[in-house]
Design a protein around this ligand. Structure first.
Ligand code: CA
Length: 317
């Protein structure tokens, strides 16, 4: 049965394939926010590099959200290198390791065969995508939303330039630089229809800090994913009161509501180990130049129209 043959609201939900890592809390935060989001149907998950410890963490987050099982792939099933940042275990406690049943390239190919409308969301260096594009030239991805890249002064109007990046046209990008061969392959791959790159200049514009946490608090009872994300960030802020920049969650927001960003069609530049972009046409590659930060919370909550808690009745004197 395809996702479109499901019942009720699943007809309107966007199938999403999420490629992630766990060297930073960002990815599991995005995972919790999208796993039961009313706009998403998470149809497959691939992990880089995909150690048993990572798969254990991902499985535990999905269990807490109450979603799954879904197909999960690993670049290297059984890889042993350390790939889970200490935060994850400080938050979740001990979680049993899980061995991925398949390699990521096969999970990706199968997911896009079964769900041709699926969006690929990537929050990690692009090893898994590179391997899938190479192994499966027939694979077709209509739309890829990536967290990565950088838009500098040449693209971003002065009103939207962040002070920390003023004067720069190039910058490091963890996800693009972590596998620059994979990045360049994916940016040029005819198998991908549209690319939307949620770049560092916007992901550094919004943090899940104390103020964002307070805004999220009344919504955390609306669904399990919000409760899990809220719990993670309560724990995170005990050690990091300044909060966490929202990289992957912003990319997730771009899957649902690209209209909260402004975009430029670009050609991506890779020079001296850094990344930038210049305006171009016909590349089908679009990069964020700004974000309406006030709308992000509502998009991530989803169904925010529904009041999360009953209002107390008006007082009568
Ligand atoms: Ca990430």
């Amino acid at each position: 049965m395809s996702s479109d043959e499901g019942l009720g609201e699943s007809r309107a939900r966007q199938p999403v394939v999420f490629d992630m890592e766990t060297s930073d809390p960002d990815d599991v935060l995005a995972l919790a926010l999208i796993a039961d989001h009313p706009a998403f149907e998470l149809v497959a998950l691939t992990v880089n590099p995909g150690t048993d410890a990572q798969l254990g963490v991902v499985t535990e987050v999905l269990r807490r959200v109450g979603v799954g099982p879904i197909p999960m792939g690993s670049r290297t099933p059984g890889a042993t290198r350390e790939a889970v940042s200490p935060f994850h275990f400080a938050w979740l406690g001990h979680v049993p390791p899980v061995r991925a049943e398949a390699v990521s390239s096969e999970v990706l190919a199968e997911a896009f065969r079964r769900f041709p409308r699926a969006v690929l969301l990537t929050g990690a260096p692009l090893h898994n995508l590179r391997l899938a594009l190479k192994a499966h030239p027939e694979m077709r991805i209509e739309r890829w939303v990536a967290q990565g890249g950088f838009a500098g002064d040449n693209l971003v109007p002065p009103a939207h330039q962040l002070p920390k990046f003023v004067g720069r046209e190039l910058c490091e990008s963890h996800n693009f630089g972590g596998d620059s061969k994979g990045t360049l392959l994916a940016l040029g791959a005819p198998q991908i229809g549209v690319r939307q790159l949620v770049s560092k200049n916007v992901t550094h514009a919004l943090a899940w800090d104390g103020a964002f946490h307070a805004l999220m608090a009344p919504h955390r009872t609306a669904r399990a994913g919000l409760a899990v994300a809220y719990d993670a960030m309560s724990r995170y802020q005990e050690a990091h009161p300044e909060g966490k920049l929202l990289h992957d969650p912003l990319a997730a927001a771009a899957v649902i509501e690209p209209g909260i960003f402004t975009w430029s069609e670009v050609e991506v530049i890779h020079a001296r180990g850094q990344w930038g972009a210049r305006a171009a046409s016909g590349t089908a590659t679009f990069m964020t130049t700004s974000v309406d930060t006030a709308r992000v919370l509502g998009v991530l909550i989803g169904g925010a129209q529904r009041p999360p808690m009953r209002q107390p009745p008006p007082r009568t004197e």
